[in-house]
Design a binder for this molecule. Structure first.
Ligand SMILES: O=C(O)CCC(=O)C(=O)O
Length: 300
């Protein structure tokens, strides 16, 4: 699909599938590096700075929900992020060549039960001064209706920020019974490995457990226009930093162009992700430790 058309769909729906974003050679390299990282998790028995372990993880059968910050774990991931086809796509969708990485993650859903991600808007976790922010998800495996594809509500990026609280704390998930949650409108984003999804920071999305025989691994890069300045965030990269550390960190995250010293303020709705839930070490921990209601209480 032409970039202009992709951008039109993205602006209309708040998400779009990009067929064959990475070539076969790059895909093979990404899969190899990721397999090695997953293999190294065999010696890990507790979630740590690199791995989020899923239920049933063992040395014999590694099961992860996530590899954290893949761009820090291996240089190939940053190489792919800063490759020509990815930069062209990001600049087109974000409307600027000055691009910053907010964060990265490699979400893994193992066959037979890989974890659901409850419905949420990323914006609820990390509001900024403007919402020119998106998540690019590069598919390392084929994504099918059965292995827990990203689900999204078209047009929801233009609507309100829904309530993401449960039991008096930030839950990182909406109430599935929220009357503003139009579940009948849902779209599933599926396609071949090497393709990618892009979703806007305000689009309502989630994904079901993986009930199939096939793994679903997605390399997410959350990227913003460089003049989108972070307002607050939990489970985010800037917690506990001094102003100087924050500046150095934002500079280190520039994918291309310069970090401007002006923030662009837009009239965007902002709910702060507070109070902090008991465990904010990852989205999975936020959603489960807050006692958020599941929209996917399916059993295998
Ligand atoms: O992995 C997925 O299906 C969804 C990921 C997501 O929404 C997130 O990690 O914020």
């Amino acid at each position: 699909m032409e970039l202009d058309l992709l951008a039109e769909h993205y602006r209309r729906d708040g998400f779009v599938v990009v067929p064959d974003l990475v070539d076969a050679e790059t895909l093979a390299a990404l899969r190899e590096v990721t397999d090695q990282l997953i293999d190294a998790s065999r010696s890990v028995s507790k979630s740590d700075a690199v791995y989020d372990l899923d239920t049933g993880h063992s040395a014999d059968s590694p099961r992860l929900t996530r590899i954290k910050l893949p761009h820090i774990q291996h240089p190939l991931y940053w190489q792919v992020l800063s490759s020509e086809p990815v930069l062209r796509l990001l600049s087109q969708l974000l409307g600027t060549a000055a691009l910053r990485l907010h964060t990265s993650k490699l979400n893994c859903k193992s066959p037979h039960g890989g974890r659901a991600v409850e419905w949420h808007q990323d914006w609820a976790f990390y509001p900024h001064t403007n919402d020119d922010i998106l998540a690019l998800g590069i598919w390392l495996d084929d994504v099918t209706p059965e292995n827990g594809p990203l689900l999204a509500i078209p047009g929801s990026h233009k609507g309100p920020v829904l309530q993401h609280c449960a039991n008096g704390v930030f839950a990182g998930a909406i109430d599935p019974k929220d009357p503003l949650f139009e579940i009948d409108q849902v779209s599933a984003l599926t396609g071949a490995a090497g393709s990618a999804s892009v979703h806007h920071v305000r689009v309502l999305h989630g994904s079901a457990p993986n009930l199939s025989n096939c793994a679903r691994r997605v390399l997410f890069f959350e990227c913003c226009a460089a003049d989108a300045w972070p307002l607050a965030g939990i489970a985010g990269p800037y917690n506990g930093m001094t102003q100087s550390e924050l500046l150095a960190d934002l500079q280190a995250r520039m994918i291309c162009g310069e970090l401007p010293m002006q923030a662009r303020l837009e009239a965007v709705p902002v709910n702060l992700p507070l109070p902090v839930p008991p465990d904010n070490s990852s989205i999975f921990a936020v959603q489960s430790s807050s006692g958020a209601q599941s929209a996917f209480n399916v059993t295998d």
